[in-house]
Design a protein around this ligand. Structure first.
Ligand code: PLP
Length: 217
């Protein structure tokens, strides 16, 4: 598929769900993709990208920003506390706020540097041991804690377990967001973004369907 195929599927999914055209933001996930492929998508006019490692993002996006205006960079991978400052200086949005220590660190650094990216709180909707994210039962408390720190929390993010019906997880995330008055929902990837849009996604994170399979090694 191409960028154009994906954007047209998004437009159709928005219409089908009775949602406003353009209400869903497409994050093109460029992790481990060769720069040539990323550049081609930039040349097509797309400006919203996602990376899951701070180091990798720092290695490629400053140079792209010099050549292309209005790039919006989203960090969507687990964030180590010692990379918080670098992440906050680099990204426009961070989707993986998932623990009090990280929230406190972000609040302190935001004071120091005078800015903070838009934040999404990651919820481990499948309660998987190996996955990051706050547990659903702890979500309300953690959201309140982050808002009390004056962090710009825009919404919630989830990565459903691979072997389960994603729609159940999208619906759960939407329910938690709604009862906490949060608008943003970062959910849906290459295989299920249309389903996520039907359930209210405001940000879909699509990698391989745009760029092709990830080149590893
Ligand atoms: C890699 C990644 C994606 C994109 O996955 P695809 O299946 O290639 O669309 C989305 N979200 C997160 C958190 C990722 O790490």
């Amino acid at each position: 598929m191409t960028l154009r195929d994906i954007t047209s599927k998004i437009t159709k999914a928005e219409a089908k769900a009775g949602r406003e055209a353009g209400s869903v933001s497409l994050i093109a996930v460029s992790k481990v993709q060769p720069n040539g492929r990323v550049e081609a998508v930039l040349e097509e006019g797309h400006r919203v990208f996602g990376e899951n490692k701070v180091q990798e993002a720092a290695g490629k996006w400053p140079a792209f920003r010099e050549r292309f205006e209005n790039i919006e960079l989203h960090l969507i991978g687990p964030l180590q506390t010692n990379k918080t400052r670098q992440a906050m200086e680099l990204a426009d949005s961070i989707h993986t706020l998932d623990r009090p220590k990280l929230a406190n660190t972000m609040a302190r650094i935001a004071q120091e540097i005078g800015k903070c990216p838009d934040l999404f709180i990651q919820v481990n909707t499948g309660e998987e041991e190996q996955k990051a994210g706050v547990l659903p039962m702890d979500a309300d408390g953690f959201i309140a804690e982050c808002l009390a720190l004056d962090l710009p929390v825009k919404g919630l993010m989830c990565i459903p377990p691979v072997e389960e019906e994603a729609a159940l997880h999208f619906a759960l995330l939407a329910k938690i967001a709604k009862r906490n008055g949060l608008q943003g929902l970062s959910m849906g990837m290459s295989s299920d973004f249309e389903k996520a849009i039907a359930l209210g996604a405001t940000h879909v994170r699509v990698g391989s369907a745009i760029f092709g399979d990830r080149v590893v090694g």
